[in-house]
Write a new protein. Sequence first.
Length: 148
Amino acid sequence: MLQEKFGVPVGYDFRLYTYGPFAKGILDDLDYLSFLEAAKINTSDGKYEILPGDDSVIDYIYGKAKPFIDENKDIISRIVKEFGHLPAKSLELITTIHYIINDYKENNIDFTKKDISTLIHEIKPYFSEEEILDKINELEHEKFIEIL
């Protein structure tokens, strides 16, 4: 959402993947943070648990990232406030909706909310079309997506 909705230049190339949009660069960055001991990454059954690492390393990285964080703190805070409490499944649906709508717009494909819900349901049948439509309407109401 930071990059795709709000234009924050985080430098990732997202593709639609199993659990929503994904960028390999994020895993590369997490591996690097783990190597630096700035993060502890535990994996189990294909799930990630990411925990803070060594405080001194985190402080060093924060110092380097401070200008970027300061410049984008309002947007970062908004994203955390709006989405930080949500479970992974909800985030998967939200980011998939956003990704597909953007993809359709970038490729000049005419679409309706129903088109989006049908496509997402085909890709991810564990989300009902009604659930998807409800989330589309909610995101549109909150101005996180725009249907033309």
